[in-house]
Design a protein around this ligand. Structure first.
Ligand SMILES: [Zn+2]
Ligand SMILES: [Zn+2]
Length: 222
């Protein structure tokens, strides 16, 4: 997993645990299939998208990282791109993807608007796009407009992320139900909040062997 995907997964996890809105993270490999006329089989159709405030979709195209951000309550989306790319193509692909999903779920069945209020600062070198993606995502999760963040901030972001993963390596994972650890057990992650649970009848009771998308009791109750 790339640093960007790993960072966004951590960010999403921390944000969703606070209970002030939720981020749905579309892993970067999903967006690579948007260009394909045959849509990907995995469309998160069992998880209610209305439980989320934001969708973050990191996209990797020709060695460049951009972040598609969708605001679910207003059904608006934009692409945060630290270079001047043709981003409307990605927005169109996203709309198509969500329409296809809506045809199966009846959820968010409508037109996605372009969000013109959020945009990315511009990178001043050839390699900072990933730092901008992570920084823009972090800003939105902190309810800050990413618009005024610049190259200098991106450089600090790079150092911050490095520090964060060094610290994280030392931490271990506990089950969010029993708070215990048992390395011999299988784990399952909630697809809504990202919490970790033991995969067994006490800690994640609704799990069956055929479960592909799973929602934990905390999320079902909220
Ligand atoms: Zn447990
Ligand atoms: Zn959950």
């Amino acid at each position: 997993m790339s640093v960007i995907n790993a960072f966004l997964a951590t960010l999403t996890f921390e944000f969703n645990k606070q209970g002030k809105g939720r981020i749905f993270l579309l892993p970067s490999h999903i967006a690579t299939k948007w260009d394909n006329p045959h849509l990907p089989p995995w469309m998160a159709t069992k998880i209610a998208m209305l439980k989320f405030t934001w969708i973050f979709a990191p996209i990797h195209v020709s060695n460049h990282w951009i972040l598609l951000v969708a605001h679910i309550p207003s059904m608006s989306a934009c692409v945060l791109d630290s270079l001047n790319g043709d981003d409307d193509t990605h927005l169109e692909n996203f709309s198509k993807y969500m329409k296809e999903r809506a045809s199966k779920t009846r959820e968010l069945d409508g037109e996605w608007k372009k969000n013109t209020q959020l945009f990315s600062g511009k990178q001043e070198n050839g390699y900072s796009c990933g730092d901008f993606v992570m920084m823009n995502a972090l800003a939105i999760s902190k309810h800050v407009f990413p618009n005024c963040l610049n190259q200098e901030n991106a450089n600090k972001m790079r150092a911050f992320v490095k520090q964060m993963f060094l610290a994280k390596g030392k931490r271990s994972q506990n089950c969010d139900s029993c708070n215990g650890r048992n390395s011999s057990n299988e784990w399952i992650t909630c697809d809504v909040c990202g919490r970790w649970y033991h995969k067994n009848t006490t800690c994640s009771s609704s799990v069956t062997s055929s479960t592909t998308e799973w929602e934990c009791q905390i999320c079902i109750d909220n």
